[in-house]
Design a protein. Structure first.
Length: 197
């Protein structure tokens, strides 16, 4: 239960992150965030812990059960997250769905590695457009060659993923009914699209 997900909003009610229930309770207790209920009312830790638990997921404290919030609002944070996805091993695995881009099989992360489409030894850069997930077998088979030279085909051309304020959905994290109003793609994109001068 402590590792299930909670949507984090900035103080303008825009989604900025998805965190664990454990971290959400820490933020509530430290008075950094407020829990948001289905009627968009906000609660500090003390008032949230007094709400009835009936028909809601809960965690047990020493003296009572406390509802698990599905959405929290940061009290002071009003920035919008960076509009780019960091180039990292984790994000490449997410982009490629933990799937070898040569054989198409899905693997646990320890059985995957990163492959430079144009080999590093030939000047291939470590960029979104040149790095893909591959299983160990396909990576050994390809070696220091291009896919064409190795007689292999990529499932899809690697690209830089686009940032969205509802990235959690794009990466298939579990979504709760309470998240819906804050992840409305039409509203979010309308208000956050950069305007031309």
């Amino acid at each position: 239960m402590l590792n299930t997900k909670v949507l984090v909003l900035n103080r303008s009610y825009l989604p900025v992150h998805v965190t664990s229930v454990k971290r959400a309770f820490v933020l509530l207790y430290q008075d950094v965030a407020r829990a948001v209920d289905e009627q968009y009312r906000t609660f500090d830790f003390a008032s949230w812990s007094e709400l009835a638990v009936v028909e809601h997921d809960s965690i047990g404290l020493v003296s009572r059960l406390v509802r698990v919030p599905r959405v929290i609002l940061l009290v002071a944070f009003d920035r919008v997250p960076k509009r780019h996805v960091r180039f990292s091993r984790y994000n490449i695995y997410m982009r490629d769905g933990n799937t070898c881009q040569y054989c198409g099989k899905r693997f646990p992360r320890p059985e995957l590695n990163l492959d430079h489409v144009v080999p590093h030894s030939r000047g291939g850069l470590a960029t979104w457009e040149n790095v893909v997930c591959s299983c160990h077998r396909c990576n050994r088979r390809k070696g220091g060659r291009t896919p064409d030279e190795a007689g292999m085909r990529l499932l899809k051309r690697p690209t830089r993923p686009q940032w969205t304020p509802f990235m959690a959905e794009a990466f298939s994290l579990r979504r709760y009914r309470e998240w819906g109003p804050f992840l409305n793609t039409v509203d979010v994109s309308y208000w956050n699209t950069e305007l031309e001068p």
